[in-house]
Design a protein around this ligand. Structure first.
Ligand code: ACO
Length: 390
């Protein structure tokens, strides 16, 4: 029998030009750029272009991509109706996004065209549609009318505008842009792998991206930042109630949670055995965002919680090398921008959509069915027993 590698840990199944995750050195490279270099400077559309074309766009190319994405923000009415109904039924935001995303292909003018150009166009339609779907769902959940996309605004700014109906300030837009760039791609993470598996059967790009949304929803992948922030809020509340300092409350909370066998959200990673470099990029973005703000206590308290949780994990699980992951600082950045915790996972999807589409295009070029095997541990040679004899 062949060796079993549970969770496919450490298995390399394809080549990619899109990103490299070095889990021992704590380095992330996106399209050739260190994440620290790219994420805080680029516009989301520039990184999207980089992933699709393996180079940065010229000014004219960037303007053309932005204009193209703007045209694609208007989704079929049935997709709007689906996310609004999902909100009425209080469904999970990622379920709403999954439903809406699958209906975007009704706008496809050449649904049977499998050329690279047609797939690129399909991918861009999904990237452009995600903010519309999420914002429409969110406003319906609040009992508010949908806000039409703003053709004056670029991708990140338009998302914030569609959520609130007001133009966001420059600091919030920059922080969101940095966040979307930071999470746009990350090797063969579970959702990207799911997308590649689907399209490796020569299925279509939309099916692959809809499948990826489902994979991202889980709390071990894209569902972690909401609970990570709730943890900080709970520790703050306890410290207020018990008139203790955050540090000792965080230590006690972490020890109890680990003692119960809980997973602490925002910590640990399958590949990174040192600090996730995305956590540092987002820490800097959060520090900039909260600088001089009245509510900066949440940022300071979160840093104290992080230190205490890491220390508690090291005491309880020595040698496991559990470090802060991207989700911990995602929570702070997205909270600082003013997003509710319910929006954290779908906002991750808005960023990751660019990576998903680029990986799907790469997989289509590779054209190799992904099909691992399982070791059978059931019985053999059972004899059929007719119903009356069971
Ligand atoms: N809290 C408590 N213990 C942890 C944590 C954590 N966050 N992460 C790992 N461990 C422990 C496990 O309990 C296990 O302990 P044991 O050896 O005593 O049984 C040990 O560390 C190894 O854990 P594994 O499950 O083998 O590690 P794996 O590589 O499968 O886990 C994962 C990676 C799923 C991300 C894990 O660290 C986790 O559950 N973290 C919390 C959820 C989270 O933050 N997810 C976001 C990840 S980033 C992203 O997807 C964008």
């Amino acid at each position: 029998m062949s060796e079993i590698i549970p969770g496919l840990e450490g298995i390399v199944v394809s080549e990619t030009r899109l990103s490299r995750v070095d889990g021992e050195a704590g380095r992330l490279t996106i399209g050739g750029f260190p994440i620290e270099e790219l994420a805080p400077r680029a516009a989301y559309e520039e990184v999207l272009f980089l992933l699709c074309h393996d180079r940065l766009p010229s000014q004219a190319e960037l303007a053309a991509l932005r204009s193209d994405l703007r045209q694609r923000r208007v989704v079929p009415p049935v997709a709007i109706a689906a996310v609004q109904e999902a909100a009425e039924r209080k469904l999970h935001p990622m379920d709403a996004l999954r439903m809406g995303a699958s209906l975007v292909s009704l706008n496809d003018s050449a649904p049977r065209d499998e050329s690279r150009g047609a797939n690129l166009s399909r991918g861009l339609s999904l990237v452009a549609a995600f903010p519309t779907l999420v914002a429409t769902y969110w406003r319906a959940l609040q009992g508010e009318q949908a806000v039409a996309p703003n053709p004056e605004l670029d991708h990140a700014a338009n998302y914030l505008y569609m959520l609130t109906g007001e133009a966001a300030d420059a600091a919030a837009v920059r922080a969101l842009e940095t966040y979307l760039n930071t999470v746009i791609d990350h090797g063969l993470n579970a959702s990207t792998f799911a997308a590649r598996v689907i399209v490796s059967t020569r299925s279509d790009l939309t099916s692959a991206i809809v499948g990826a949304i489902g994979a991202l929803k889980g709390p071990l992948h894209g569902g972690a930042p909401g609970p990570a922030l709730d943890m900080v809020f709970e520790i703050q509340a306890r410290s207020l109630r018990n008139t203790t300092d955050i540090k000792s409350e965080a230590r006690a909370w972490a020890e109890q949670a680990i003692g119960r066998g809980d997973r602490l959200m925002g910590f640990g990673h399958r590949v990174y055995k040192v600090r996730d470099p995305r956590a540092d990029v987002l820490n800097r973005a959060a520090a900039d965002l909260f600088k001089n703000r009245d509510d900066r206590a949440i940022y300071e308290d979160a840093r104290t919680v992080e230190t205490e949780v890491l220390a508690a994990l090291e005491r309880a699980k020595p040698g496991r090398r559990i470090q802060t992951n991207v989700e911990f600082y995602t929570a702070l950045v997205l909270h600082g921008i003013g997003l509710d915790t319910e929006l954290f996972s779908p906002t991750f999807a808005i960023g990751r959509a660019g990576g998903w589409m680029a990986h799907v295009l790469e997989q289509i070029d590779e054209d190799r069915l992904i099909r691992p095997r399982a070791a059978y541990i059931g019985d053999f040679d059972r004899e059929w027993v007719a119903m009356e004899g069971r």
